[in-house]
Design a protein around this ligand. Structure first.
Ligand code: PMV
Length: 359
């Protein structure tokens, strides 16, 4: 494993008394899934994701030199309104990253955050939220240590985001991100995500329509799900499968092989859910409408030969992935045959994106 000590500042920094910055970070959708971790989000297998474009969290942070003597204060707002329920999670995150960003000790923080996607859409916002917050903190670090290179700033941003939520390591750059060590990609690391640009053009503009089958909170959190991989009877085989899929997928992406993509990505999604079905206790996050959509997608593919592919997160919602040049026909099919399976007929139209934006 590459050394964590590289992320601890080693020189004297500038004194900055007040600084405000705003960053927007996207969500991401894994193609090869991360499921199972060692402590503090060290993944049990490498993963690959598409970075999204429209599903984003925008976060402003006001850093002010600490006024109280004993501890720094923290205030969180969501969309301009006090959100004290978010504060414990942010505090845990700040405590966890303090060894790498010790200057945070000196600041009171006022955080204002908002998601572009509906607040209760069943779309996990922790990846985009943690990446946006990490980006704001790294912007402060750049003010304190101006010699920090853009490359190191990005790398540490992903490293910090990972400490908040594993998949957040993949929400910093785009269009595709690798996270987790694998001998096939010597640059990849368990500690942070790295951008991967070798995919054929067709995959750099892929669409993702997210069918909101269930907008509520899921019954079993990802944290619980990751933990159930300890002592899971199929864990070792699953990690080996994901490692093999990782290498196979990179070749598929590089070759522009859309049929290979469909086959592998759908098996990955169903393998993730198979782990949930066979854990102890076992649980099911797919809904009847999730299965209806999957069947319809497969039938549509058989009859049209178009490259519509589904994947799933740890929830009931379905991500539909397809190439831009097939968007018109596939869009009509989504409207006529699939939208009806969404709660309140709601879906989100997204596409592959490029990562963080400073606003
Ligand atoms: O980052 P977490 O702890 O929410 O875990 C994410 C797990 C999956 O979304 C199911 C898969 C992935 O790789 O994003």
């Amino acid at each position: 494993m590459k050394d964590k000590a590289q992320f601890v500042p080693k020189i004297e920094g500038n004194e900055i008394s007040s600084f405000k910055t705003t960053w927007s970070a996207p969500s991401n959708i894994a193609l090869v899934k991360y499921w199972g971790k060692k402590e503090l989000q060290i993944p049990c297998n490498p993963s690959v994701s598409f970075t999204l474009d429209q599903c984003r969290t925008t976060t402003s942070v006001q850093f002010k030199s600490r006024t109280a003597h004993d501890h720094a204060s923290l205030v969180v707002q969501y969309d301009g309104k006090p959100a004290p329920s978010f504060e414990p999670k942010v505090k845990t995150f700040i405590d966890r990253i303090r060894p790498y960003s010790p200057y945070l000790e000196d600041y009171d923080l006022q955080i204002d955050t908002v998601n572009s996607f509906p607040h209760s859409s069943g779309i996990a916002s922790s990846a985009s939220a943690m990446a946006a917050l990490a980006a704001a903190i790294m912007d402060l670090e750049k003010q304190i240590y101006p010699s920090l290179t853009a490359e190191d700033q990005i790398k540490k941003c992903s490293f910090l985001a990972r400490l908040g939520s594993g998949s957040a390591a993949r929400s910093v750059e785009g269009p595709l991100v690798l996270w987790g060590e694998h001998t096939a990609t010597p640059d990849s690391s368990d500690l942070f995500g790295v951008r991967w640009t070798k995919a054929a053009d067709v995959f750099q503009t892929y669409r993702d329509t997210i069918l909101l089958v269930d907008k509520g909170q899921k019954e079993v959190s990802s944290t619980v799900g990751h933990n159930l991989m300890h002592n899971h009877p199929f864990a070792e085989n699953r990690f080996a499968q994901a490692k093999a899929h990782y290498q196979d997928l990179l070749a598929i992406l590089e070759n522009g092989d859309m049929n290979g993509f469909t086959d592998l990505v759908e098996r990955e999604a169903l393998s993730l859910h198979a782990m949930m079905l066979t854990s102890s206790p076992s649980y099911i996050l797919m809904h009847p409408n999730t299965i209806q959509i999957i069947q319809k997608v497969r039938n549509f593919r058989k009859t049209t030969g178009l490259h519509l592919t589904f994947t799933l997160d740890a929830g009931a919602n379905v991500h539909l992935l397809y190439p831009e040049h097939e968007a018109e026909q596939i869009g009509q099919f989504i409207e006529s045959d699939l939208r009806q399976y969404c709660q309140d007929n709601e879906l989100i139209s997204d596409r592959v994106g490029t990562g963080l934006k400073k606003t």
